[in-house]
Design a protein around this ligand. Structure first.
Ligand SMILES: [Zn+2]
Ligand SMILES: [Zn+2]
Length: 418
């Protein structure tokens, strides 16, 4: 915009009764590093300096009553006091100020933009948030965080009230599940949908507890939070143990009052349970949940297998030689038929390791791609998985027990034969 053009626009704006904030904000996108109030004041001065060639002209004064904001900016300190007061009751590292402005004021502002044909303005809400934020920052000595604040204070400028929105707390770790009787997450009773009935003994749940509840319970107490959700990197079956160094997870606590909790203490509290153990805890952000959900980690399973007839060690070696490094094709298993579309998945067998073999039973470590149906790879699922161990051993195989031994995550870990 040329200077002449700008002065023309300023001249039109000065015909309205606008405070320095509102005047400056109409041109907010011109020049950074100063406040709208400073910009407004300097526009008044520039106008007086550059439009009077003949004689000195007086700098137009800021009017008493602003027709755009109804002098809202006189109340900024009061809003900051209110917000700071309410924020004191919580524990947080950083914060953000939001606001609800009288809709009439916002409409008013847009009308003026149109009338003066301006595209350089900034919405009043942004300025209120920023100016209140600056004051609160000084008052409570904590930083504003525009991206991922721990907490938000939303000011309603009409009613002088503040709503506090607490961001969830996310903690990353790995869990071991030592029980074959609990699911990963809370499982609501199908019949009563959580209300409590005869079938579930009034608990509203299909299982007494879960990995999620054992981890989330102590944490919700320590943080005085409202509720919790476990985000696992995949899940094991209820009757499978999760062993080795455990499965990566993020536990999310909703509306925590306290955030700076002692992770070691949290770990000890969970580990008092005989069913679940956790370790390697650290504070994390929401993005970690997405990362875990997208990860496609290779896994190692320990499988106890019953064979109809004993096989010789030499046969096992031959089968291992033929299978390791090969892809298998798996049609959607019979046991999940009703829930998923029938399609063929290709997965790679990465390693087979014989742990023990005794006549008609063997224990095997199977390392394979994410999403491999391991039980089906063992028994063949009536030929729906090809190749499979039963066919290659030339005897019927049944899975007695299956545990997850290792989740190869993060990638790039030093793993043998992968
Ligand atoms: Zn104003
Ligand atoms: Zn029920």
């Amino acid at each position: 915009m040329t200077v002449i053009k700008l002065l023309e626009k300023v001249e039109n704006a000065l015909e309205k009764d606008l405070c320095d904030h509102c005047l400056g904000r109409l041109f907010a996108q011109l020049g950074t590093g100063i406040t709208n109030a400073e910009r407004g004041k300097s526009l008044r001065i520039s106008y007086a300096m550059f439009t009077s060639e003949e004689q000195r002209k007086e700098v137009p004064e800021e009017p008493e009553n602003c027709e755009l904001c109804s002098d809202l900016f006189n109340e900024v300190e009061k809003f900051a006091d209110l917000a700071a007061g309410d924020l004191q009751e919580y524990e947080f590292r950083d914060f953000l100020i939001g606001s609800r402005i009288d809709p009439e004021i916002e409409e008013n502002e847009e009308k003026i933009w149109t009338e003066l044909n301006l595209t350089t303005g900034e919405p009043i809400k942004s300025e209120v948030n920023r100016e209140v934020g600056k004051l609160v920052q000084e008052m409570i000595e904590k930083e504003v965080n525009l991206e991922t604040p721990d907490i938000k204070a939303i000011i309603d400028t009409r009613f002088d009230s503040v709503d506090i929105e607490i961001s969830p707390l996310f903690i990353y770790g790995r869990y071991k599940k030592l029980s074959r009787e609990i699911p990963q997450t809370k499982w609501t009773c199908k019949r009563c949908r959580g209300k409590g009935c005869d079938k579930c003994g009034g608990t509203g749940k299909m299982y007494e507890t879960s990995v999620e509840e054992i981890i989330g319970g102590p944490l919700v107490e320590m943080t005085s939070g409202k509720d919790f959700t476990l985000h696992g990197m995949g899940r094991e079956d209820i009757d499978a143990k999760m062993l080795g160094d455990g499965r990566p997870f993020v536990i999310e606590i909703k509306e925590p009052i306290e955030r700076k909790i002692d992770l070691k203490k949290f770990e000890r509290m969970v580990n008092e349970s005989e069913m679940v153990q956790i370790h390697s805890l650290e504070f994390t952000e929401k993005e970690k949940v997405v990362e875990l959900k997208q990860a496609r980690a290779i896994k190692t399973y320990r499988v106890d297998i019953s064979l109809k007839e004993a096989i010789e060690g030499a046969r096992f070696k031959k089968v291992k030689y033929e299978l390791v490094g090969q892809e298998i094709s798996q049609r959607t298993p019979r046991r999940v038929d009703h829930r998923r579309a029938d399609k063929i998945r290709k997965r790679k067998i990465r390693d087979l390791k014989l742990i023990s073999m005794e006549s008609t039973s063997m224990t095997l470590d199977i390392t394979c791609d994410a999403g491999t149906y391991v039980k089906e790879f063992v028994h063949g699922d009536e030929g729906r998985t090809q190749p499979n161990l039963a066919e290659m051993f030339e005897t019927k195989c049944e899975v007695d027990k299956l545990d997850v031994m290792k989740i190869h995550y993060p990638e790039g870990e030093k793993d043998e034969k992968i």
